[in-house]
Design a protein around this ligand. Structure first.
Ligand code: SAH
Length: 347
């Protein structure tokens, strides 16, 4: 039987599974059992051992449990980073990066195959958007990497390929699924949504009550320059973006992280640091500086260590909280979208 025509049980809510059980006139408690199996780990209908054979057979007529498939795995031993290249049912490639910290395993997941945002420094932009990932495909990244390592994921960051707020409904669906006590029971405080600055959706996310951490990719404190390096800024101005950030911080009582990739000679001058300090001084935020990873865009260069330190100092002197991100996984091209684009090139 052709799997493509079967519906995926993985990704369904309890109510949807109850509906299937009702439609088939099975006893109501079967829903609980099926739901338990679907989210217990990576399973198959055949393994649902407390269901009678006829129910399993009937289920299999129309449903299956699909997960992403691990195509390749790249390990960077020094930093304990593993990058997974994963394949969807319709043969698209996406990636997820597992970072092992002392406090637990953190997984960076993709929200789209490709991306429509076209930021000039980012590898995910190459080739544009292929399609949105479903909530189940986002959750599957957690399941397949957990299965592979045998260890639970304690943090999820939506910083892989794609723009989560350009796939808003499925992102919300994923946040609900992954934090459900019957699935992964992940605390919203351990989940971060990262956006290039879709201001109206930031407001929506604040109002949704999702309560997750928010990261905003800023990369320049100047409207004109931001438009050049991040086309999304033409649609949502810096002013609108900062207002949305303020709204999010106030509504959720959470500190926002502003991501700032330092590109040599482009956005790493003292003027930039001063303007950034000015822009952020009244926002409840942390500025995360990341030397730009060059592997994806050789025409741009990441700032050197000294420049990064000088930039950070200007901010800290003005009471802005700053962190400098370790460039984890650069030897395995673990920056956003790089693995996937390298793979397509090699085809
Ligand atoms: N679309 C979302 C999430 C994906 S990108 C967003 O824009 O936030 C995750 C982070 O990696 C973003 O801050 C993005 O700007 C940054 N990034 C992309 N390419 C990079 C590169 N080559 N070097 C450093 N950071 C990069």
């Amino acid at each position: 039987m052709d799997n493509i025509h079967k519906k995926n049980l993985f990704g369904m809510s309890k109510a949807e599974i109850e509906e299937i059980v009702k439609k088939n006139n099975w006893q109501a408690y079967r829903a609980e059992q099926i739901y338990g199996w679907v989210y217990q780990g990576i399973g198959q209908i055949d393994a649902m051992s407390n269901l009678p054979g006829h129910i399993r057979e009937e289920l299999k007529q129309q449903y299956d449990i699909f997960h992403l498939q691990i195509i390749e795995k790249f390990e960077e031993k020094k930093t304990k980073t593993t990058k997974y290249l994963l394949r969807t049912e319709d043969d698209l490639l996406i990636e997820a990066v597992l970072l092992r910290y002392k406090h637990g395993n953190s997984l960076c997941i993709s929200s789209q195959a490709g991306c429509n945002m076209a930021c000039v420094f980012c590898a995910s932009a190459i080739g544009g958007l292929q399609r949105n990932l479903s909530a189940a495909e986002m959750l599957s990244q957690v399941y397949v990497t957990e299965e592979d390592t045998g260890k639970k994921i304690s943090n999820v960051v939506m910083m892989g390929s794609g723009e989560p707020l350009d796939n808003y409904e499925n992102t919300i669906g994923f946040l609900e699924l992954v934090s459900d006590k019957n699935t992964r029971n992940l605390s919203k405080r351990n989940i971060t949504v990262s956006t290039c600055g879709i201001a109206d959706k930031i407001v929506l996310l604040a109002d949704s009550g999702a309560g997750v951490n928010l990261s905003v990719s800023l990369h320049s404190p100047f409207q004109e320059q931001r438009e050049k390096i991040m086309p999304v800024a033409r649609k949502f101005s810096l002013k609108e973006l900062m207002e949305a950030c303020r709204y999010y911080a106030e509504k959720t009582k959470r500190r926002i992280t502003l991501e700032y990739a330092l590109i040599s000679g482009v956005n790493d001058t003292p003027e930039h640091a001063l303007a950034l300090a000015q822009l952020t001084k009244t926002l409840h935020c942390l500025v995360n500086l990341i030397p730009m990873n060059e592997a994806s865009r050789p025409s741009l260069k990441g700032s050197g260590e000294k420049n990064v330190a000088a930039f950070a100092e200007i901010l800290t002197k003005r009471q802005i909280t700053v962190t400098i991100r370790r460039t984890l996984g650069s030897s395995i091209n673990a920056a956003c979208g790089q693995l996937r684009s390298g793979f397509y090139k090699g085809d």
